[in-house]
Ligand binder design. Sequence first.
Ligand SMILES: NC(=O)c1ncn([C@@H]2O[C@H](COP(=O)(O)O)[C@@H](O)[C@H]2O)c1NC=O
Length: 196
Amino acid sequence: MRYVGRMLGVGLTNDRPFAFYRLNSRSFPNRRAVIRGNEIYIANQTETDNPYVSYPVVKLLENYAVVSNGLQTVFIAQALEEESPRKALIHVLDAFDYERDDYSTPRIAAIVECGKARGWLGFVGREELWVKAIKLEEGKAFFTATYNVDGIEELELSFSNAEELAEKVLRLEFAHPVLAIGVVEKENGWGLAISP
Ligand SMILES: NC(=O)c1ncn([C@@H]2O[C@H](COP(=O)(O)O)[C@@H](O)[C@H]2O)c1NC=O
């Protein structure tokens, strides 16, 4: 089974944008996701000095939802107060750059906007930095990942709420699943769910 490390995506269902995150991990499988107000944190449960395994993974703003695999989540959210999603991703991913670990693990990020059939994905690795605005299509998701995904891939996803999205994402066939998070635009804001 393919190992993609951390993966995140954006999509559209029932005319509303959604985003998801799936944490796959070979080295640090003992992790939890914790909702605190309008943010979700990944908390590693074992003793380590690795600085990359506990981090804010989701931040919700009134009009945007930001998802990423590291500390950049909060900086992207902050940049969105002044800049477009495209500029926010370019500036923050360029500033943070890839992780200085044994794998030069890329930093990845996604943004969706309330009421818009548009999403943004970004990636910074050792060899490349890219940001793409994506026209979302009903029933489809577009995702990227830290390892073994070339750019952006598509998959079919249909669900009726954030819980079901998180469950379906966790069932996708990629190796070493730990947890999944669903973020869905609702009538009055964002819905969040974590699986398991
Ligand atoms: N964000 C994360 O959840 C995360 N988990 C692991 N990493 C980094 O990636 C390295 C490889 O981890 P793994 O073997 O679990 O794929 C880890 O040593 C760590 O530096 C992460 N950094 C980026 O994805």
